[in-house]
Design a protein around this ligand. Structure first.
Ligand code: AMP
Length: 115
């Protein structure tokens, strides 16, 4: 089966603006930012979405959240605050079927949901 777009980014087959990378995860700038700062954080393991997570994947999730803390400091928005979103499945509007966490920052985020 063909790799998904984020797996291709991980492999370097599609370019990305990397913010952070290690052996488990990659963080890069969203190509269509929804806020002044919009970073996507993904596990290097292909997991489609939250509802596909297994117990053995827990270290990825812990790692992602701990690194989001560092990314927020590194990018200078830890103090002012930011929003983290992970869309899961059809009604959420998930477009890329590779688990990802949106980090949105750089302006007041306003209400949680668009009406
Ligand atoms: P979602 O709707 O939660 O699945 O979000 C997918 C996100 O991936 C969207 O915000 C897109 O703008 C972003 N995206 C899609 N392709 C790329 C790409 N090649 N590089 C960076 N971000 C991308």
């Amino acid at each position: 089966m063909e790799d998904c777009i984020f797996c291709k980014i991980i492999k370097g087959e599609i370019p990305s603006q990397k913010v952070y990378e290690d052996d488990k995860i990659l963080a890069f700038r969203d190509i269509n930012p929804a806020a002044p700062i919009h970073i996507l954080v993904i596990p290097k393991k292909h997991i489609e979405k939250i509802t596909d997570l297994q117990e053995e994947d827990s270290s990825y999730i812990t790692h992602i959240f701990l690194k989001m803390k560092e990314i927020a400091k590194q990018e200078g928005f830890a103090e002012k605050g930011f929003r983290v979103i992970s869309n899961c499945g059809k009604e959420s509007g998930q477009e890329v079927m590779h688990l990802h966490f949106h980090m949105l920052a750089g302006k007041p985020m306003g209400p949680l949901l668009a009406k």
